[in-house]
Design a protein around this ligand. Structure first.
Ligand code: DSN
Length: 426
């Protein structure tokens, strides 16, 4: 077979794009080379429906070992009793989790998408809002912080079967104990979707959801710096409250319901090449090198927020505890859409984002979300954050001046040469 020049040329172009630009999408990162290498292997050829030691196909003796390593390592990282590493994504992890514990029509309570939540936490355009009956809490207008009183009030009034915490555009820590307290009052489960800050939680830089939430889901490709994928975790396994028994009449544990909900409930064959890459990434998470990295992520985010605020930018909640910040551009009279599109031209990549109580549509928005995991992987430190903010500010303050935008693009390209990406690749 001839090499597919068309596709491989585009892959080369994407690598160049990543090398030349400043990547500020809060949900993106650059995996290590060995994580990428694990993905591009013969494991992609293998069917392995089932779980290690209990598969529906022959020839699984090698992938069994790989999947078990991934499970053991992620359990060690988060000090938890149960892990399922098969979800193809965070959305799949949440779909399986809800399938395991909810019936169609059950009520769920999550953070509103327009206040920093996530599609799979009950949005009407997502399975979670179509199959289940969603209710939402928000953030407080004055502070930008989660409105726990509103959460408690909705919980007590609606009595959802599941309360979801976790967010995709929220820069502060979460009071999991408070959420669990009201959940216990109404007999609800608590899920933390820690996809965004998982790497900081892994190293104790943010509060841990594990003590207080029955279930924790995550993606593996954001601050965990692994391949694209999902996981489901539990600190402790427990007897399922639905009365399901095995053929001998023993109560099935919650871990069994979760495994069944992933396969065969919502997925077929696991992606063992991705699971191998997850195993490698979880191994990296256990190292001191990762601790140094993720500590730098938090320092960089704080330095960046400070630099933005010094230039008069309005950060929702006035700062950040984690890896990202949400900037309200209304005082600069710029929409999120225009900011994203113009910054793209200068090879600065981020996403427009609704801010709490936004008066603009989700296609336009009043804000941008800025995250530092990827640029920290490139090797940037606090002093570099000022330079990045200066680039962004120069573009935004000259948003219709193509000459200046083109000049910043060249400066960005030169600046990024100091931070090589995958030098071993051509
Ligand atoms: N799309 C992800 C993000 O950007 O936060 C969430 O799934």
């Amino acid at each position: 077979m001839q090499k597919d020049k068309l596709v491989f040329d585009l892959i080369d172009q994407e690598l160049e794009r990543q090398r030349n630009g400043i990547e500020l999408i809060a949900s993106e990162n650059f995996t290590s080379l060995q994580v990428m290498e694990a993905m591009g292997t013969s494991l992609t050829n293998k069917y392995a429906e089932g779980y290690p030691g209990k598969r529906y196909y022959g020839g699984c003796e090698i992938v069994d070992q790989i999947e078990q390593i991934a499970i053991d390592r992620v359990k060690q990282v988060f000090n938890c009793a149960y892990a399922n590493v098969q979800p193809h994504s965070g959305a799949q992890a949440n779909a399986a989790l809800m399938m395991a514990i909810l019936q169609p029509g059950d009520k769920i309570l999550g953070l509103d998408l327009s206040m920093g939540g996530h599609l799979t936490h009950g949005s009407p355009v997502n399975f979670s809002g179509k199959i289940y009956k969603p209710f939402f809490y928000g953030v407080k207008k004055e502070t930008g912080l989660i409105d726990y009183e509103m959460l408690e009030e909705k919980a007590r009034t609606e009595k959802p079967a599941l309360i979801i915490c976790g967010a995709s555009a929220y820069s502060r820590d979460i009071d999991y104990a408070r959420i669990r307290k009201v959940a216990d009052e109404i007999n609800a489960f608590v899920l933390c979707d820690m996809a965004h800050p998982a790497g900081l939680i892994a190293k104790g830089l943010l509060s841990s959801p594990f003590e207080h939430c029955h279930f924790v889901t995550s993606t593996t490709h954001k601050t965990l710096r692994g391949p694209r994928g999902g996981i489901i975790l539990m600190k402790t396994d427990f007897e399922n409250p639905f009365g399901l028994k095995d053929p001998k009449g023993n109560i099935r544990m919650m871990s069994h319901l979760l495994d069944m909900a992933v396969f065969p409930g919502t997925q077929g064959g696991p992606l063992e090449h991705v699971i191998a890459a997850k195993a490698v990434a979880f191994g990296e998470l256990l190292t001191d090198e990762f601790t140094v990295y993720i500590t730098q992520v938090q320092k960089n985010a704080q330095a960046m927020a400070k630099a933005f605020m010094a230039k008069g930018y309005e950060i929702i909640s006035g700062g950040t505890d984690n890896h990202l910040m949400l900037i309200d551009l209304r005082n600069k009279n710029i929409t999120g859409k225009k900011a994203q599109e113009t910054l793209d031209k200068a090879h600065i990549t981020l996403n427009k984002n609704a801010v709490p109580f936004d008066d603009k549509s989700p296609f336009v928005t009043s804000g941008i979300r800025v995250g530092v995991p990827a640029i920290t992987t490139r090797g940037m430190k606090e002093t570099d954050m000022q330079i990045v903010v200066d680039f962004i500010d120069e573009v935004l303050m000259n948003i219709d001046n193509e000459t200046i935008v083109a000049k910043v693009k060249e400066e960005v390209k030169t600046f990024m040469k100091q931070f090589p990406l995958y030098p071993a690749l051509k």
